[in-house]
Design a protein around this ligand. Structure first.
Ligand SMILES: Nc1ncnc2c1ncn2[C@@H]1O[C@H](COP(=O)(O)OP(=O)(O)OP(=O)(O)O)[C@@H](O)[C@H]1O
Ligand SMILES: [Mg+2]
Length: 283
C-alpha cells in the first residue's frame, strides 16, 4: 500500500499526518517547532512514521505547509496553510463553509466552497492579539498552564474587562488586576473575550457561512470556543485533534498530487474527470 504525508510547520507546533491509499489517517504526530524548522519537520515526520510502523520509502508524496514550509527539504511540494486548512476541515466535516484557524502566531478566517476549495480568506499575522501567542503570554504572566485556561474560565460567569487590544498593554492590565487580587478565573475570561472579539471582527469582515469549523491549537481552549459559539449562536465543528487539520489538508493535497501524477504517467485525460479530488473516510 502507498502512503501520503502532510507536514505543517507552524510557529509553535509542527504536525505530521500520514494517510493511507484510501485517505484514512494512518497516524499523526505533534511536536514543538522550537528554533529549527527543518529538525522539527524531520522529528514530526519520523514520529508519525514510527507510529504507523512505516519506512519513509512507502510515503509516495509529501506536501509541506505552514510558515516554515520551505524548510522541509524532503517535501515534494509546498502549499499555503489557507488551502490546507480548508481542505482538511472539509474532509473531516464536509458541511464546512467557514474555517476559523487560531494558531500560535496568526489567526485566519477562510470561506470554503465545494470540495474544500478556498473562496476567500482574511488573516491577522501582524499582531499577537487574537492569536494563541496572546494567550501564551498571559498564561505565563498568570502562572497558569495554558491547557488549564479554558476550564478555569468556565468556573465563573463574571469577567474582568481587558480594554487594550495590544498584547503589551493588555499584559500591563493583567499585572495590575493581579496586583488588586482580582480572581484569576475572571481575568482569564476577560482575556478569552478579548481574543474572540478580535477574531470576530475578522469573521464579520468576511461574512459567516454555516457550518463553521475551528482548527488550530486554540480550538482546544474551551473558554475561547464557548465565546465563539455564543457569537455564532450555534456549535462549532471541532475535530478531536484540531491542531492537525492543516497537516491533514497537506496530506490530502499530496494524495491528490499522486493521483494526478498517476493519470499523467498512464495517459489518462485528467480534464475529462469532473472531480480530481477524492476523499476517503475519516475517523
Ligand atoms: N492543550 C491546549 N489547551 C489550550 N490551548 C492550547 C493547547 N495546545 C495548544 N494551545 C494553543 O494553541 C496555540 C498553538 O496552536 P497551533 O499549534 O495550531 O499553532 P501553529 O500552527 O504552530 O501556529 P501558526 O499557525 O500561527 O504558525 C498556542 O499558542 C496555544 O494558545
Ligand atoms: Mg498553524
Amino acid at each position: 500500500m502507498d502512503y501520503f504525508a502532510g507536514i505543517d510547520v507552524g510557529s509553535l507546533s509542527t504536525d505530521a499526518v500520514i494517510l493511507d491509499e484510501e485517505g484514512k489517517i494512518a497516524g499523526y504526530s505533534i511536536v514543538e517547532t522550537g528554533a529549527n524548522s527543518t529538525s522539527a519537520a524531520e522529528a514530526a515526520f519520523s514520529e508519525a512514521l514510527v507510529r504507523v510502523g512505516l519506512e519513509h520509502t512507502k510515503v509516495k508524496r509529501i506536501v509541506s505547509t505552514g510558515y516554515g514550509r520551505v524548510s522541509v527539504p524532503f517535501a515534494h511540494k509546498t502549499l499555503t496553510e489557507i488551502s490546507c486548512h480548508a481542505l482538511g476541515a472539509y474532509a473531516i466535516f464536509p458541511d464546512t463553509r467557514t474555517v476559523i484557524d487560531i494558531g500560535g502566531q496568526d489567526s485566519k478566517v477562510i470561506k470554503v466552497g465545494p470540495e474544500g476549495k478556498v473562496l476567500d480568506f482574511t488573516m491577522n499575522d501582524k499582531c499577537a492579539a487574537g492569536t494563541g501567542r496572546f494567550l501564551e503570554v498571559m498564561a505565563s504572566k498568570l502562572q497558569i498552564p495554558l491547557c488549564k485556561m479554558g476550564e478555569l474560565s468556565l468556573n465563573t460567569v463574571c469577567e474582568a474587562s481587558i480594554s487594550s487590544v495590544c498584547t503589551v498593554f493588555a499584559e500591563s492590565e493583567v499585572v495590575s488586576l493581579v496586583a488588586r487580587n482580582h480572581p484569576k478565573e475572571e481575568i482569564i475570561r476577560g482575556l478569552h473575550r478579548a481574543v474572540v472579539n478580535r477574531v470576530w471582527s475578522m469573521v464579520m469582515a468576511l461574512g459567516v457561512n454555516y457550518e463553521v469549523t475551528m482548527s488550530g491549537g486554540v480550538a482546544k481552549n474551551k473558554g475561547v470556543t464557548a465565546f465563539l459559539e455564543e457569537k455564532l449562536g450555534k456549535p462549532l465543528r471541532i475535530y478531536s485533534e484540531p491542531q492537525i487539520i492543516g497537516a491533514l489538508g497537506a496530506a490530502l493535497h499530496a494524495r491528490n498530487l499522486a493521483s494526478l501524477r498517476h493519470s499523467i504517467d498512464h495517459g489518462i485525460d485528467i480534464h475529462s474527470c469532473t472531480n480530481g479530488s477524492k476523499h476517503g473516510n475519516f475517523p
